[in-house]
Design a protein around this ligand. Sequence first.
Ligand SMILES: C[S@@+](CC[C@H](N)C(=O)[O-])C[C@H]1O[C@@H](n2cnc3c(N)ncnc32)[C@H](O)[C@@H]1O
Length: 313
Amino acid sequence: MTLSLLTNSRRGVSLFQSASRSLSRTVQKNQPDRDPTGNGGIGGSMVNEAEHSQTNGRRTEQVETTHFGFQDIPVNEKSDRVRGVFANVAENYDLMNDLMSGGMHRRWKASFVKSLGATPDMKIIDVAGGTGDISFRILDDIKQIGALESPIKVLDPSVPMLEVGRRRASELNYAGQVEFEIDDAEELSTVADDSVDAYLISFGMRNVTNPAKALQQALRVLRRGGRFMMLEFAKVDNPIGEQLYDAYSVNLIPSMGEAVTGDRASYTYLVESIRRFPGQEEFGAMMEEAGFRSVQKENLSFGVVCQYSGFKL
Ligand SMILES: C[S@@+](CC[C@H](N)C(=O)[O-])C[C@H]1O[C@@H](n2cnc3c(N)ncnc32)[C@H](O)[C@@H]1O
């Protein structure tokens, strides 16, 4: 696998795109890592439990790993590392979104919110909602026809991101129409079964350690007929565009992050995590496998971003 990755590599990043096929896997600590395909499967659901074994008189320890950007790390370290990144970027998160995407994230989010078509009676959760950007856009949108009967719940494990969100809510006079709560997409411990009409996750799923588990939780909390919608970076569907986009994101975004915030590492993670996340077909298949129906994928900006939708039927 290592050899074929090297020989097939058109450029540096394609090596990592190939490696992204395996989101999670098991490696033997103290052993050379010769088989990157390992036992990994999409979303980490096919990985063995950590185990200890005695081989040729040598004690080997098998550790379940997952990716953190381009690094492979023990699964149980990922959520802390991700929380560290978002604690670092929280204060500059909204400004950096504008700078890094040249304002494009506004268009992608506008398309996402338009596709949702929120109505006042909808119960909506904004998972990995961070600073509340998607929720505020929904509240802006719904103003034309009324007001939401239940506040939108922004759920996120990052306290600093939620704090920025709460501050923004009061600046925008949306306090009371949006609630910010600590929760993890893999748990959704604050959300009852069959209780929500729309589950939204925007640029959040690639940070989740086990996306398959998050999809199961999404299915649990949605009522029958409820809708899962996701906005996430994806695979560009045009070879020239793909190369330009790779060159821009891999080379420029970490430098931009460093120049504006003094933090290169967090922005390097954000770019690398895009490379490691499944593409449109693969994630669409994961949604079907989880049990979502009428799954649709819509590319935005030639697939830089994809908007996914599926229903619990
Ligand atoms: C790139 S931000 C997206 C914020 C917002 N949804 C938006 O579109 O602007 C990613 C968010 O995912 C959150 N996150 C990371 N791991 C998570 C998890 N396991 N469950 C839920 N949210 C998570 C981070 O704390 C961060 O706020």
